[in-house]
Design a protein around this ligand. Structure first.
Ligand code: GTP
Ligand code: SPV
Ligand code: MN
Length: 583
């Protein structure tokens, strides 16, 4: 029985609009999950795997990643969405979406998923309900967030964020469904932050359909956070303990497929150091009464990039997905398990590829899609930090920005202060990956790794970051890393993965004023004594490359016009001056 009057009214409207054959209010129970998984197996969406309670799904090849070109922020004033977003008038777009959704669930079940982002009972948690016609979405959401009876009860009679999703393929009477219904021509991912609505049509994949994640916890939440005094960021959260047993928390923001999940579960190569995981993708930040910045992870699962995940690169991810997990767009082995590029040194002799074709090591195509993903419960992570469950979250000592750059940007550095740190976040750029539809490898600006996820004008977002600095607050230190520098043969210079602990150690000790650094025009750099190997390559500051960098930034910042904060323009001018006076 639905007691929430906002919910019952909205459900009546949505039933009348979408015309489903049946309505299923999701309870979140084990039995219900079993039945839904079996239904997905019977319908051909899922293949049951050898590993316990785990399944493989392979999508339509047209529906494999986020579609930024079809993602909209609909705020009344176009200028408030900014040049970083596609904009449409909210009322006009709502009418358009109503047109798309009219009768879109015919022949299907409408699932109603109440969910809570953040620990139940925390003042920093937020409630929402997603309506979807995809059982695949329901079982993924059950891993990614807390769904069903408990959040519904906690919601009481409060209003909530309204998320509507359809794969956009109604079924005629007697028409047989396909294994991955989707409607790529009509795909729209629409956000109305002012009225707390999300409308997603046409895609069943990842962040397009699992609306708790990017749509709610980043795009809507960034907007909500600004009006309520907190922040939603594309960040992992880790606890680092040194050999003396001292512990500090850091958050790190890298663009999609640039190493968050890997850093979040890092197995240190330095003896005595420990890294524990609070979150791998999204952080909600607020200020504590003690003047420190606190972070919670609003999610309950990992939706991680599968290719490249191995016992060598990320053993803790492999342990996390040992059971109760869903795999999307990876290959099936002859034994009924999964495989992807990079999982083992020797590929299996025969596989069924994500496209359902026979695959051997001689095949030209990859066995798994580069944006293939695993959905695994956070609770299965062997290095899950107990503080994940803290209602107030964890206090941050440092914030790390980073991106995928084969040149120009050194492997690590520290901002001199909060303003320069904010400038570093605003100046982030990264080579594009397969996480979004587009040209892989193309360099693009991606401020704070939020370009695809900021629910309002990025210029206003920069200003909000600057505003965080206040006299009664203890500001976290800000760092910038780049694990992806390449030598003249195209090989990575920095070993990365478990060795990233060496960078974390330097940052940890900088916070305590225990590590040396030299001050440069781009911030503090470690000394050669700390990183003797390849120091010149790892910490190069090539004036010609930096001139190009600065000119690119001038052009990029200019598009924000009046919304661009003066302080960041000043930071850029200062940097330009020191670079251009170099030789
Ligand atoms: P999203 O889930 O899309 O937000 O991605 P993410 O930021 O969590 O990225 P993830 O950790 O899944 O890593 C993506 C890719 O980067 C994988 O192919 C990794 O193998 C690779 N990668 C991660 N860390 C490192 C590193 O330290 N060095 C190198 N060379 N590659 C890395
Ligand atoms: C990302 O692209 O940053 C992801 C995957 O974390 S998705 O949820 O599909 O957006
Ligand atoms: Mn992400």
């Amino acid at each position: 029985m639905v007691q929430n009057e906002h919910l019952s009214k909205w459900l009546e409207e949505m039933k009348a609009l979408c015309e489903p054959d049946a309505v299923h209010i999701v309870t979140g129970s084990e039995e219900e999950n079993k039945e839904l998984c079996q239904k997905l197996v019977d319908g051909g969406t899922f293949t049951r795997l050898k590993r316990e309670n785990s399944f493989l799904a392979c999508s339509n090849p047209e529906d494999v990643a986020r579609v930024e070109g079809r993602t909209f922020i609909c705020i009344k004033e176009e200028k408030d969405a900014g040049p970083n977003n596609n904009w449409a008038d909210p009322d006009e777009m709502r009418e358009k979406m109503r047109g798309f959704f009219k009768g879109c669930m015919r022949g299907r079940t409408m699932y109603v998923i109440p969910f809570c982002m953040g620990p139940l009972g925390s003042p920093w948690s937020r409630m929402a309900v997603e309506i979807t016609d995809s059982a695949y979405v329901v079982v993924n959401m059950r891993i990614m967030t807390q769904i069903g009876d408990k959040p519904l009860e906690a919601m009481g009679n409060q209003d909530f964020v309204k998320c509507v999703h359809s794969v956009g393929v109604p079924l005629e009477q007697g028409q047989k469904d396909v294994s991955w219904p989707c409607n790529p021509e009509k795909t729209h991912i629409v956000h109305m932050p002012e009225t707390r609505e999300i409308w997603s049509f046409g895609s069943g994949y990842g962040g397009n359909a699992i609306l708790n994640k990017k749509c709610f916890a980043l795009r809507l939440a960034s907007f909500m956070g600004r009006s309520e005094g907190w922040m939603a960021e594309h960040m992992l959260i880790i606890g680092i303990t040194n050999p003396e047993g001292e512990k500090k928390y850091f958050a790190a923001s890298f663009p999609s497929a640039c190493g968050k999940t890997n850093l979040a579960m890092l197995q240190p190569t330095l003896p005595g150091w420990k890294v524990e995981c609070v979150g791998d993708d999204i952080a909600w930040l607020h200020w504590g009464k003690d003047g420190r910045m606190y972070a919670i992870n609003p999610e309950a699962g990992f939706f991680g990039v599968a290719p490249g995940t191995s016992d060598e690169t990320n053993p803790h991810a492999l342990a996390s997905l040992a059971k109760n997990s869903i795999f999307t767009n990876v290959a099936l082995t002859d034994e009924g398990d999964i495989w992807w590029e990079g999982m083992t040194k020797e590929p299996p002799k025969h596989l069924i590829s994500w496209k359902g074709k026979d695959w051997t090591p001689e095949s030209e195509e990859k066995s798994s899609h580069p944006n293939a993903r695993f959905t695994a419960p956070l609770s299965q992570c062997p290095v899950l930090d107990k503080a994940y469950y803290e209602l107030e979250g964890v206090p941050l000592s440092g914030i790390i920005f980073g991106g995928r750059r084969s040149d120009t940007v050194p492997v690590m550095r520290e901002a001199l202060n909060w303003q320069q740190g904010t400038f570093m976040g605003a100046a982030m750029s990264s080579e594009m990956t397969a996480a979004a539809k587009g040209t892989v490898g193309k360099l693009r600006h991606d401020p704070f790794a939020m370009l695809p996820f900021c629910g309002y004008n990025m210029g206003d977002y920069f200003a909000y970051w600057l505003q965080q600095e206040q006299p009664d607050r203890k500001m976290p230190a800000i760092f910038y890393v780049n694990w992806f520098l390449k030598d003249e043969n195209g090989k990575f210079i920095w070993p990365g993965f478990g060795d990233n602990i060496r960078a974390l150690k330097w940052m940890f000790e900088r916070v305590d004023n225990k590590a040396d650094a030299i001050e440069t025009e781009i911030g503090f750099l470690p000394t050669k004594e700390t990183f003797p190997e390849h120091y010149e390559q790892l910490f190069a500051r090539d004036p010609d490359l930096w001139k190009k960098e600065v000119e690119g930034l001038e052009e990029y910042f200019a598009q924000f016009g009046d919304a661009m904060p003066e302080k960041l323009k000043e930071e850029l001018a200062t940097l330009k001056q020191s670079i251009f006076s170099k030789k």
